[in-house]
Design a binder for this molecule. Structure first.
Ligand SMILES: Nc1ncnc2c1ncn2[C@@H]1O[C@H](COP(=O)(O)OP(=O)(O)O)[C@@H](O)[C@H]1O
Ligand SMILES: N[C@@H](CCC(=O)OP(=O)(O)O)C(=O)O
Length: 373
């Protein structure tokens, strides 16, 4: 990891690190992470905590030996556990003279631009009050189709929301290996990643019955964070004390994912990863090239077909002839209108859709490329 000024960090801790071997929450682990956050704050580094563990804590309270697999079971157990989890954090923060605040986020809270900004303002205010935000997914009310599903991606979105300098994901392995180290003894640790796409095939699933997503969701988080221009450090929880050297530039021993050179900013972040896309528009080779290589807007002429239904100003995916998603953007026309004007020049489009006088079906300013051009 390179030495640079780190003033604000998002730290995510997974269930695998928070669970006691005998079941329930590991009080030692909570006291350790809180002590490190307190020490970082002493050094002037603002911390936002994204913590899993509600289901693990609920299992401990209810004496359940295995993690529930069905949605209702997970929601009920999480409702029991979240209270226990937050109470333990609050008690530990208090010992260091700090105040924590619980924030439970649902996918829908970040999906609408106004709610996204609202979450941003709340977090901003809490940080100004020197409070440590303690974030988890709102498991209890999340509808399956509208779940983040894993706190890794959630932590990357939060890192973008709060303009973090670094995202730190704490887990139960030393970093990204060439294969899952739990079932491949020849797997080697990778210390630095410059292109997440190049290592995606190395990711396997969760390493324990408590973890969710394993390395797949951590690489998804790395992709989001690095495209936001935020580096991500994947670190073994047992090495958490190494974070105290952050500002001296002595890199902790994990895997460091370098931020992308062309960082997404502002609304382009929301379009790509926070907003929900309602359908897709397929484009021909000429339009795909214009979007990817020439920085152009999407015109009706290059559209071949559509999938799904949407209203004006919703987000849609743009796919090429091979079916790969190349971009996302806020669309100016409804899905049935796009169907009517696909392949047509603008003049013809205006004759058909009389209340629309724009040239672009998706304007470049409202579009984010999903592949590196
Ligand atoms: N290529 C890989 N490198 C490292 N770990 C991997 C890899 N593929 C899969 N894993 C698994 O990912 C696990 C960590 O993810 P997970 O179990 O979801 O933990 P957490 O609760 O910390 O999110 C590791 O224990 C490991 O078994
Ligand atoms: N929201 C859930 C955790 C979901 C999750 O991503 O778990 P993990 O892979 O352990 O970080 C909980 O609090 O139990």
């Amino acid at each position: 990891m390179t030495a640079h000024e780190v003033r604000r960090v998002v730290i995510k801790i997974g269930s695998s690190s928070l669970n006691h071997p005998k079941g329930g929450l590991d009080d030692q682990a909570i006291s350790e992470i809180v002590a490190v956050i307190a020490a970082l704050k002493q050094k002037g580094i603002e911390c936002i905590l994204v913590t899993s563990g509600a289901v693990a804590a609920g299992m401990g309270q209810l004496g359940l030996p295995v993690r529930p697999q069905d949605l209702a079971g997970k929601q009920a157990v999480s409702a029991v556990g979240q209270g226990v989890l937050i109470e333990r954090y609050a008690r530990n923060f208090e010992r260091h003279g700090l105040v924590g605040a619980q924030i439970l986020l649902s996918r829908i809270d970040l999906a609408e631009a106004s709610r996204y900004h609202n979450a941003q303002n709340t977090l901003d205010k809490l940080l100004r009050l020197h409070v440590v935000p303690i974030i988890n997914e709102n498991d209890t009310v999340a509808v399956e189709e509208l779940c983040f599903g894993d706190n890794d991606s959630l932590s990357a979105l939060v890192a973008g929301l709060v303009h973090s300098d670094l995202l730190i994901i704490l887990t139960d392995v030393d970093g990204l290996y060439t294969a899952n180290p739990k079932n491949n003894s020849a797997a080697e640790l990778i210390k630095e990643v410059t292109d997440v796409s190049a290592v995606e095939n190395m990711a396997g699933g969760a390493g324990s019955l408590l973890g969710t997503g394993g390395m797949v969701t951590k690489l998804r988080a790395a992709k989001i964070a690095t495209r936001f221009g935020i580096g991500m450090l994947l670190l073994n929880f047992s090495r958490i004390r190494e974070l105290l050297n952050l500002s001296e530039g002595q890199g902790p021993n994990g895997t460091y994912f370098q931020p992308a050179k062309h960082r997404l900013v502002g609304r382009k972040r929301w379009i790509a990863y926070a907003g929900l896309s309602e359908g897709s528009i397929q484009v021909d080779d000429g339009a795909a090239k214009a979007l990817m290589d020439e920085g152009k807007s999407l015109l009706a002429k290059g559209i071949i077909g559509t999938e799904g239904t949407w209203e004006r100003k919703e987000i849609v995916r743009i796919t090429n002839l091979q079916g790969e998603e190349i971009a996302r953007g806020v669309v100016e026309l409804r899905s049935d209108e796009v169907q009517q004007v696909k392949g047509l020049h603008s003049e013809k489009m205006h004759q058909i859709i009389s209340d629309f006088d724009g040239q672009e079906v998706i304007h470049r300013d409202n579009m984010t490329l999903m592949v590196d051009a």
